[in-house]
Design a protein around this ligand. Structure first.
Ligand code: SAH
Ligand code: SF4
Length: 357
């Protein structure tokens, strides 16, 4: 853009620095650019800034859920979640977070931002509230990266000094908005300065997306999480109709193509639905399935979070513990994700722009 305006390329670098590092809210704030240039850019209609946080919901556990204003005329908002102490899903991811949990560093060092990739979702998983919205639209790269920039600014996070984890696990299916999602990741790595090794993208199992992802260079490739959510194709096909298009074996085959970094593991997310996926025989099947993949993997268990109009039941606390213990006894690395912000509808699968809050 700067080159088109007849400026040298390093002016572009200054502009990116102002937007992504200094997190400015307008061209007038960018004093590294000559005033005449700023006026010229304004005159031809350029604007810079970051997405507005239109509404904030605060949980008793410190989690905050935001409605973030999109850039389109449609006025749609997306949801972004700030978890000051993560959600437990970071444990065992090779990032050394366990040491931090032991209290070696400040509480900030394990904050996690949960980022949306679309408004709503087209995938239609039966247990997920976001699915009820349908797909409203995909987000642009700027809208995806912008959620992070706005939340970092809200909390005064100094990138480079404080460590922040990103999970692309908000509204939407990132791999059905692949180009914008990956463009956002590149902005977050190259301009904002975050590490892709502290980012995790979760997919419901979009095979062509996983295959493209496998081809991304390590410098800009987040870690991969797959929403397994069921012990076999039969149950998975019921709770996630997408499984009829891309069954478990196809998803695993695609995931195998990702060249993992040293100590990197693939995460299998597993939502425990009372009576449906939380039985001991399911745990045995999951253990066999994960072992058979031969992949370095860990399983993140998520107790199902309820939502209006969804017919499942929460798993009993004892069933959750039994399931976890059974996987552990089979030698599977297993972690229980703590539900964050349930009281403000910020927990997994609860994002649906519940403005009435
Ligand atoms: N669309 C992607 C990214 C969203 S991640 C995906 O599905 O992977 C959201 C995670 O929360 C997924 O693992 C999903 O299985 C899980 N989830 C969805 N609804 C849930 C609910 N009501 N309770 C708990 N977990 C849920
Ligand atoms: Fe979409 Fe993920 Fe919800 Fe499924 S679980 S409907 S893929 S957001």
């Amino acid at each position: 853009m700067m080159v088109e305006a007849g400026e040298p390329t390093w002016r572009g670098k200054q502009l990116a620095e102002a937007i992504y590092r200094q997190r400015v809210e307008g061209l007038s704030e960018i004093t590294t650019l000559p005033k005449s240039l700023r006026q010229r850019l304004t005159a031809v209609g350029w604007e810079v800034g970051r997405p507005k946080i239109a509404q904030v919901f605060k949980s008793v556990d410190g989690t905050e859920r935001y409605l973030v204003q999109g850039q389109d005329e449609d006025g749609l908002t997306v949801e972004t979640v700030w978890m000051p102490e993560g959600d437990g899903g970071e444990a065992g991811d090779g990032s050394g977070i366990e040491a931090e949990w032991a209290g070696e560093t400040g509480s900030r060092s394990r904050a996690t931002i949960c980022v949306s990739s679309q408004v709503g979702c087209a995938v239609n998983c039966r247990f997920c509230l976001t699915a009820k919205l349908g797909l409203q639209r995909s987000l642009s790269a700027g809208e995806i990266a912008g959620q992070v920039v706005s939340v970092l600014e809200r909390h005064g996070v100094e990138v480079g000094r404080e460590r922040v984890n990103l999970v692309f696990m908000g509204m939407g299916e990132p791999f059905l908005n692949y180009d914008n999602f990956m463009a956002a990741v590149r902005l977050l790595v190259e301009e904002v300065g975050l590490s892709p090794q502290r980012m995790t993208v979760s997919t419901s199992g979009i095979v062509p997306g996983i295959e493209r992802f496998a081809g991304e260079p390590a410098e800009v490739r987040p870690k991969l999480a797959i929403s397994l959510n069921a012990p076999n194709d039969e149950v998975r096909g019921e709770v996630m109709p997408i499984n009829r298009k891309w069954p478990i074996a196809a998803v695993i085959e695609a995931a195998r193509k990702v060249r993992l970094r040293s100590r990197e593991r693939i995460t299998f997310e597993y939502v425990l639905l009372g009576g449906v996926t939380d039985q001991l025989e399911h745990a045995a099947e999951v253990a066999r399935l994960v072992r058979r993949t031969g992949l370095p993997a860990k399983v993140n268990l998520i107790a199902w979070n309820p939502g209006p109009g969804i017919e499942y039941t929460m798993p009993q606390a004892e069933a959750v513990e039994r399931f976890r213990a059974a996987l552990g006894a089979e030698g599977i690395a297993v972690y229980l994700r703590r539900p964050r912000g349930r009281d403000i509808f910020a927990a997994c699968g609860q994002l649906k722009r519940t403005v009435e809050g």
